[in-house]
Design a protein around this ligand. Structure first.
Ligand code: SF4
Ligand code: SF4
Length: 368
């Protein structure tokens, strides 16, 4: 079969694993603003709401009631719950272990997006017993670049914790925030994956909000971004063919699919190792901040309510949620031939740069 941009995702041979947003609901929950790190482009520090997050952080009982509320809603809707616990550093939350236990009782899938610093035999084994499935840590380039962003010693510390997590059957992934300062290093990180035995590489683009606002001038250009993606795909192919290492390549970023659509013959062998997130923030995604404020995506800086004050139905029917779910909202992209796969790019980058999440993505290179 000749692959084209119309049949690439329906091809039996190259069919990728696709995250099904119709059956899954993702809750990214920043359970605490407490953190032992101080990363240079953190969205939390220096954001307008940071002071409130610290002063009004929810207590353990309120957090347990949130698990109850969301799990009841998901059961009613017949949706599978995926909780991504993060912070700050989630381990620093008072009541962290009770929250994990409650999630386990409610049969929610639990993933932690955290910090390597505080992981040790005792807490990793406890997380494993309480059903933590996966632990994501940040790596933002080679040792020098990463330590520049995240602090001296952070790179070696992060790499060293992968084995500890594996010992207790928790898979790990490295998450990479791409800017013009480090996009050349992202492909090299993929080549390290078999050696570090990591399960997945996840990446996202730098969004200039919070402390990241200072890095507005360091956003990748559309051409730089396309080139980095092509090199990443090339290295994914290399490690699959040479090491038979089918790493998962995770991202909610709709633009990452475009190089594969532009060149459908492009490195098909590892296609099944890629997990495509078809709708990202367009379906069944919710973010909760430490003081209960709700957003669609952490990076899309528009609050839609409060988890303790509004029902799940009210939050899910907020006008922003509806507008994101409606493809017709992305008017500048409707004529693009890739629209059915991309849906208009990343609203958070677009909002941070253009002040309107429904304009065309400023880092898209496609002429529409
Ligand atoms: S023009 Fe719009 S729909 Fe097309 S690839 Fe770019 S952002 Fe996506
Ligand atoms: S707004 Fe952007 S970063 Fe957030 S979920 Fe959507 S695509 Fe991903």
């Amino acid at each position: 079969m000749k692959l084209t941009s119309n049949n690439i995702f329906s091809s039996k041979i190259y069919s990728p694993r696709i995250w099904d947003p119709e059956r899954n609901f993702v809750i990214q929950w920043h359970i605490t603003p407490k953190c032992s790190g101080s990363c240079k482009f953190c969205y939390m520090f220096d954001s307008p709401g940071y002071k409130k997050e610290v002063e009004e952080e929810l207590n353990k009982e309120q957090c347990l009631s949130i698990v109850d509320k969301i799990s009841n809603y998901l059961e009613d809707k017949n949706l599978k719950g995926n909780f991504l616990l993060t912070g700050g550093d989630p381990i620093l939350k008072d009541g962290f272990w009770d929250i994990l236990e409650m999630l386990q009782i409610k049969k929610m899938k639990t993933i932690i997006l955290g910090n390597a610093k505080l992981l040790n035999e005792e807490n990793v084994s406890k997380m494993s017993l309480l059903g933590v499935d996966h632990y994501q840590m940040s790596i933002d380039g080679n040792e020098e670049i990463h330590n520049y962003f995240r602090g001296e010693g952070s790179y070696a510390e992060t790499i060293s914790k992968v084995g500890l997590l594996r010992k207790y059957n928790i898979t790990s992934s490295f998450s990479y925030t791409i800017s013009s300062l480090n996009c050349g290093e992202a492909p090299a990180l993929i080549l390290r994956a078999p050696m570090d035995k990591i399960f997945a590489i996840r990446y996202s683009r730098l969004v200039p909000i919070g402390r990241g606002e200072k890095y507005s001038k360091d956003l990748v250009s559309p051409e730089q971004y396309r080139e980095a993606l092509i090199k990443m795909y090339s290295n994914l192919s290399k490690i699959f063919l040479e090491n038979n290492y089918p790493i998962s390549f995770l991202s909610c970023d709709p633009l990452r699919t475009i190089p594969l659509l532009e060149m459908p013959q492009f490195m098909p062998n590892y296609f099944r190792s890629i997990v495509f997130t078809k709708k990202g923030c367009r379906k069944n995604l919710m973010t909760i901040l430490p003081h209960g404020e709700v957003y669609v995506c952490r990076r899309l800086n528009i609050p839609i309510g409060n988890i303790l004050e509004e029902s799940m139905e009210e939050l899910r029917s907020h006008s922003l949620v509806r507008k994101l779910e409606d493809p017709l909202s992305f008017k500048e992209c409707l004529d693009c031939k890739y629209f059915k796969y991309c849906g208009g790019g990343c609203p958070s980058v677009t909002y941070a740069v253009k002040g309107d999440p429904f304009r065309k993505d400023p880092q898209c290179w496609v002429k529409s």
